[in-house]
Design a protein around this ligand. Sequence first.
Ligand code: NOJ
Length: 749
Amino acid sequence: MLSSNSRSFFLAALLLTGALPTTAQKTKPLDAAAIEQRITGLLQQMTLEEKVGQLNQYSGREVTGPASNRKTDLLNSIRSGQVGSMLNVKGVQDTRAIQAEALKSRLKIPLLFSLDVIHGYQTVFPIPLGEAASWDLAAIRESAHVAAREAAASGIHWTFAPMVDIGRDPRWGRVMEGAGEDTYLGAQIARARVLGFQGEKLGGTDAIMACAKHFAAYGAALAGRDYNVVDMSEQQLWEVYLPPFKAAADAGVATFMNSFNTLNGVPATGSSYLQRDILKGQWNYPGFVVSDWGSIAEMVPWGYARDKADAAQKALAAGSDMDMESDAYHTTLAQLVKSGQSDEKQLDDAVRRILRKKFELGLFEDPYKFSDLKREKKVLNDPQHRVAARDAARKSIVLLENRNNTLPLAQPRSIAVIGPLAKAKRDLAGSWIVLADTTQITSLHDGLSKRAGKNTQIRYAKGCEVEGSSRAGFAAAVETAKTADVVVLAVGETWDMSGEAKSRTDIRLPGVQEELFQALKATGKPIVVVLMAGRPLIFNTIADQADAVLYGWFPGSEGGTALADVLFGDYNPGGKLPSTFPRNMGQIPLNYQQYNTGRPVTKPGDIRYKSAYIDAPNTPRYAFGHGLSYTTFKYDALKIDKASLAAGQSAQVQLTVTNTGKVAGEEVVQLYLRDLVASVARPLKELKDFQKISLRPGETKTVTFTLTPDKLAFYNRQLQWAAEPGEFQLMLGSASDDIRLESRLTLLP
Ligand code: NOJ
């Protein structure tokens, strides 16, 4: 629960106004037809101002954007039915108090309480990009479920997650919030997260509404600078950026959020192409669209609207149903409708979409359904949530290097735990945390100390800060390293170097951290580097010289325990990169879906008049899908049940995978395709399927993929999703640059 001093003045004033309300009378949930009928009845009773009221969303605190200079008296607006939803109000006490005010309004329509529950509410899970590295859809779904359970017990009805933007530019700070660069993986994860937050159906008290954001193409912000323009081809939009949104819609996501960027000149918030033609038209989406924070009003500085009224008119016409914090609908929409500049039918449609969700959540039957003090206490203290967080964290860790099998650690007598992130707690939570008590986060040092036991001494030195140029701590760090059998060096970014409005032009490991590594390396001790960050970083010296490298992202509440599990080999890492790691910044944006070009480099170094750089190879430092294990896997016996497919037919692809090492392990078997000749040039590889399997030492499993006609299709020049007859290259491997088995198949005309 919020401490009283972190509450806004608005909330504090409200709580002084009276005792907490009692729970309303409970009635049976309504079916879909009854809901539509009730909405029709309400619409008939609502004044224009009350209708507009449902479209207004305000923040209890200014936390994720500049204040909107709103003149609105919030409390009176809530009491008079002028507010449909609040964000940034949390906890049973506060949500109950504010809901009670809404129920004083003439029609007693309950408020929706929304919040950015991005990777956990109280229990912090790894950042979404980290979770994506697990390629474990069940664990990802469970993580969203736990977050929903905690939030729903604390008065929240709606999270602004998942962010399903494809992120291909690591300079963009928000890559931490997504599922990486790949559309197929991104779509699978979008679905898992939506189902995790919402369950199969809204209405339960352990599920909240999800929100697919940011519609659309926000991840392609030019030069990785947040809120920037996006200019892209229709092919790219449909093929790369829209499918995760479609997957979320198909999974029943209750809401969409539009976005800050322009798309080919039009702010997404004002784009009827995106919101009316595609989302509500072609996809027949029944949920509602909320604007991003202030994005309706931001159409004015974009130079797309003259003033707030013009922006409100354009946003509603384009299909933005709810106005987050612009105060534009509230102040102008009723007048726009009266003067005929805005269409009352479009207003009614927006109101209907919002009311429908309030009914589906069951708020009309019991507006305090999510605000139960006893449940809040019980759920927020559920120890199982930390267990789930540890599971997710272990699965998200990627083993990038392991020279001479340095890992797992073989019971060393002493470990020197060094680095600015060795004892860090807050950083391990990453950006976007809600209620977490960051003192309760397990640091790497805590995790190792707890696991090491009596026979292993843990020694610590900080060495340097994440940023800055001071080398004053190097000498002590080197001395500490000299006394130990092995060094575990924890370096990376601080939690607030990624996230919203945290774009960077330089994604090399900050400060003097690589210099510290070199100083430690000179001791001759084995050095295991644990990197923690919210994006792919560049760290070539470490990549070349460290004995082992783990990428831990920001691993959450149980991060230190999970890292200790992996370092000691209690858990064999199986994470695979969901994003390409470039060698240098000039390669950005770089992703695995490269094209052959007319002048491919066919032999390393043969670059004269080839599509290449003269100062660096085209290849990344670490490829999409890369991730090592403490064991090895052999791929074998590839079979396709038919080498030629008639249109509409599916093929079965089968292979065996054997654990050829000494310990049990998990492998993500990845299936890539290339359409060799097509009406539009196709990438050299596209991920089309994957399976995560676990194998005991010596065990062999048969893995079967079904290659449906859909997997061969792409958006052709007419923007039709279609498979073209011809030959396809089929590749199965352990990473996009580690293909183990290949074959061909033909799609017949
Ligand atoms: C702005 C962010 O872009 C969005 O993702 C977030 O949900 C809202 N602020 C609300 O905090």
